[in-house]
Design a protein around this ligand. Sequence first.
Ligand code: NAD
Ligand code: MG
Length: 426
Amino acid sequence: MKKVVHLRPKSAHESAQEPPAPAREAFWAPAPCAAPRSLVVLGATGSIGRSTAEVVKGASGAFTVSAVAGGRDAAALARTAVELGAAFAAVADPAAYRDLKAALAGTGVEAAAGPEAVVEAALRPADIVVGAIVGTAGVAPTFAALQAGRTVALANKECLVCAGPAFMKQAAASGTRLLPVDSEHNAVFQAMGEADLAAVEMITLTASGGPFRAWSFEAIAAATPEQALAHPNWSMGPKITVDCAGLMNKGLEVIEAHYIFGIEPERLDVLVHPQSVVHGLVAFTDGSVSAGLAAPDMKVPIAHCLAFPARLKTKARRLDLAGVGQLTFERPDFARFPALRVALDALRAGRGLPTVLNAANEIAVAAFLERRISFHEIARLVEEACDGALGDGVAREPETVAEALEIDRAVRERTSARLPQGAAAS
Ligand code: NAD
Ligand code: MG
């Protein structure tokens, strides 16, 4: 059984020759601290990236930002780079280079473009790299940061679903760690404290249930992108919002929890909790249960990871339990939300199925947002991809990131080929 080791984040300024780490409380305090902690923000223009910027700006000099990276929005990336005082800004889309360069003219911020430039951003000097790119696009730069020994504050769950074994192996080899930004995993991480995994009976992740929680199967099947994007509790990027609507997000998160906590699928559970107040629970072998609670505001787990093991003072939303009134919990309905079942089946089947699931889901969600397929076809396409992969050996367990990305590429190709051509679905 794997043991959860709570390492403190390793500073880029430290070397192996230096004396052992100081005690928890003696380590880095955010307020009047000797040296600010330096960050790289990958996915700086997205929802998590923006929340990270707010935490950084509100932390009165506790952080510096050496580099930022984004997908294709050159203007937003340039604004963020200047706002955060970054020295380097990388945009993944080469076609956005001219715009980025023009937007950064006279600012002193170096502009670069292309996937290699995003990796370069990930390798700029930093104590913590915030992994907030959406999808498999985040795998290579986030992995590069781990290889370079950076502590990674990980929001990008697709990294672990696509290449979990390689990521966890690399984190151990680099003597660094992945700090979970995802709110459920962050809550579990906090609730677990220093407990040994052997003392954990069950880890439960909660799901809000999304906009379709009370909808019939037929209504969900016919849902439009606008309806899927109307999340009741969280404001997030489009891909994760659609994942949430079908509970695929919770399936991805159970897989993420399996890797990040090193715990087997049988000790992972899901509860639907519409208020999004209790994000994760840890039940111990003595009958005790610890839970992580907070208002649904991603600045809370982001601040926790950036300051870990210290605490920041933030302006994040405060939890008002009397205002919330009631906390309710229910079992997920696998019949109306087949995507959750498909994801849990993929985890239990093991081998490369999480990688397959992740790749097919990205293609299917994009097709749904382009109105090429209906909502219930997302889960169907993903399940077909998993079944197909089991049948023909594509689903070997990827031991390296290169192997995972090769499976990812093959599954994307096949899933894309199964999409209806031409006109959008009505
Ligand atoms: P988003 O769509 O708002 O932002 C995605 C970011 O990734 C943007 O900055 C975009 O420019 C960048 N990006 C896209 N392709 C890129 C590429 N090829 N190279 C570099 N950058 C690229 O998404 P988000 O909601 O911020 O989510 C980001 C990740 O965090 C996802 O994996 C999501 O599952 C996870 N997450 C998000 C939330 C949330 O509340 N938003 C909560 C938990 C986990
Ligand atoms: Mg989450």
